[in-house]
Ligand binder design. Structure first.
Ligand SMILES: NC(=O)c1ccc[n+]([C@@H]2O[C@H](COP(=O)([O-])OP(=O)(O)OC[C@H]3O[C@@H](n4cnc5c(N)ncnc54)[C@H](OP(=O)(O)O)[C@@H]3O)[C@@H](O)[C@H]2O)c1
Length: 249
């Protein structure tokens, strides 16, 4: 695998490798996650994306432990690990205990990046996925973001950020944040390019991570549009690559 470029994150965050491996496979937490991550580490991936809702924190942690035992990496510090706060715990005073549980699941002392998964809270406690509309609640951004900032100050995560935030929601957050979000993770692919959000984020120094870069085929949140796109097929064919191998910028 070629060397993956990195980008420094904010003032305290570690550099983020610009290509990473996601661990959201639906139904969540298939038995293959540990082996898939281990294989990814073997071939050079260093950035892994998980979330409490994916149920993949434990197998990701087990794979990291195994990679250390096998000497594939010398230290956990060589990896960039992101996890996310689900809406049922996006309430004042719930953030720190939720991150502590995430770290326990991963058997890690710190995350590289902790994200608010969606700009919404949900009824506390157990939840169903897909989430029921009646369980959605507006988020108390000021309190939840302050708790995220405290998590970073405590050293439990190197950087904090958000996911699925529009320019408007980022703008609202920037007005109250003492530590600005380092990252906004959003859906982005050749058919959903997020031009306005990219411009806004560049201006504010917020890094964008693209999720569902191939359109999330075979999941309840995606479909075939990217992988079946005729124009993308022609571009890939002209370059002698598959759609997944072509770099679009
Ligand atoms: N923050 C959020 O709200 C959010 C939401 C969604 C995802 N994410 C993150 O982003 C990660 C990636 O997104 P995603 O899984 O939704 O979508 P994706 O990466 O666009 O699509 C994954 C699907 O693409 C196909 N695929 C993967 N590699 C391929 C290749 N080399 N050639 C051909 N097909 C390939 C596979 O489908 P088949 O199995 O059918 O071959 C796979 O299930 C997730 O794992 C998760 O970590 C975050």
């Amino acid at each position: 695998m070629e060397i993956i470029p990195e980008k420094p994150l904010g003032s305290t965050g570690k550099a983020i490798p610009l290509v990473g491996m996601g661990t959201a496979v639906y139904p969540f937490a298939p038995s293959e996650t540990k082996d898939s991550v281990l294989h990814a580490i073997k071939i050079g991936y260093r950035h892994f994306d998980t979330a409490s809702v994916y149920n993949s924190e434990k197998p990701l942690g087990e794979a990291i432990k195994k990679a250390l035992e096998l000497g594939l990496i010398k230290s956990r510090d060589e990896l960039f690990v992101t996890s996310k706060l689900w809406g049922n715990n996006a309430h004042p005073h719930c953030v720190l205990p939720t991150l502590q549980q995430t770290l326990k699941n991963l058997e890690l002392e710190y995350l590289d990046l902790y994200l608010i998964h969606w700009p919404l809270s949900m009824k506390p406690g157990n939840f169903e996925f897909p989430v029921k509309k009646e369980d959605l609640l507006p988020m108390d951004y000021a309190s939840v973001w302050k708790d995220m900032e405290d998590c970073q100050k405590l050293g439990l995560t190197k950087a904090i950020g958000v996911s699925n935030f529009s320019s408007k929601k980022l703008d609202d957050l920037l007005r109250i944040a003492k530590i600005p979000p380092a990252v906004n993770q959003v859906e982005m692919n050749p058919l959903w390019q997020q031009k306005k959000l990219r411009e806004f984020s560049a201006e504010k120094g917020i890094h964008i991570t693209a999720y569902s870069p191939l359109g999330a085929r075979g999941t309840p949140w995606g479909g075939d549009r990217v992988m079946e796109c005729q124009v993308l097929k022609e571009i890939a064919q002209a370059r002698g690559k598959t759609i997944a191998q072509v770099k679009f910028s």
